[in-house]
Design a protein around this ligand. Structure first.
Ligand SMILES: *[C@@H]1O[C@H](CO)[C@@H](O)[C@H](O)[C@H]1NC(C)=O
Length: 227
């Protein structure tokens, strides 16, 4: 924003300057930190793109907000996870020994989350700092079991539960836009109730160009009216 005001002298210039350098900070769709979140498979090695000052919540798997089915049971004993911010080496090798703890999901029956603000200067000296034009890395080295919470290596990270985030250098950053706008996913409406089940798709819109996937479940139980 400082750059915008330096470049803008007259009122007629303001609109133009905002178009070139201005990006509006967003509250990004939250990420449910569950290994079965399709986000992690969809991501592959691609970085999520965010803008400076965007806010991202990472939500612990929990039975309060999101009944999570793992294998064949809803078990709270398998919902213990962690989030570490690591460097590129830690991301590639699933090693959080040098990492910074962002979130410890140690109580599956409460709603816990961490909010990451992608800013360079933070009030709390311990908060992570984010420079524009750089990549940041987040991994999960727990395996779902309570005893794995303090593990610094492997865990669900080995199954691909890791996330790379790139902080854009404004709207003209070619890494971010390349002519294609970042689109965050949104849910369709729920389908009609059929055999006690409704479904929805993450296609309204579908996420694209590093946009975030939808949060939550794509199916839910429903009651079919007797006809
Ligand atoms: C993880 O990183 C630490 C510190 O960089 C290193 O000492 C350790 O050997 C690494 N562990 C593995 C399994 O690579």
């Amino acid at each position: 924003m400082a750059a915008a005001s330096v470049q803008c002298f007259g009122i007629t210039m303001v609109f133009f300057c905002l178009m070139v350098t201005g990006t509006v900070a967003e509250i990004l769709p939250s990420i449910l930190w569950n290994p079965e979140n399709p986000l992690f498979k969809n991501l592959g090695g691609t970085a999520r793109k965010v803008n400076a000052f965007d806010k991202l919540s990472i939500i612990c798997p929990n039975l309060v907000e999101y009944p999570i089915k793992r294998s064949s049971s809803y078990s709270k004993d398998l919902l213990y996870e962690n989030v570490f911010m690591v460097d590129k080496k830690g991301y590639d090798s699933c090693n959080a020994s040098q990492g910074h703890s962002i979130l410890i999901c140690n109580d599956p029956v409460t709603y816990s989350y961490a909010i990451i603000v992608f800013q360079r200067i933070t009030a709390d000296i311990n908060d992570p700092k984010f420079e524009q034009g750089k990549e940041y890395y987040f991994i999960n080295t727990a395996s779902g079991l309570h005893s794995s919470l303090t593990n610094k290596q492997g865990g669900h990270c080995n199954d691909g539960m890791k996330m790379k985030i790139y902080v854009c250098k404004g709207s003209s950053d070619p890494n971010c836009f390349e002519g294609n706008k970042v689109i965050h996913g949104g849910w369709s409406d729920w389908s009609e109730c059929e055999d006690g089940l409704q479904t929805r798709q993450c296609n309204n819109p579908a996420s694209a160009n590093g946009g975030l996937a939808c949060v939550g479940q794509d199916r839910r139980m429903c009651t079919t009216k007797a006809s």
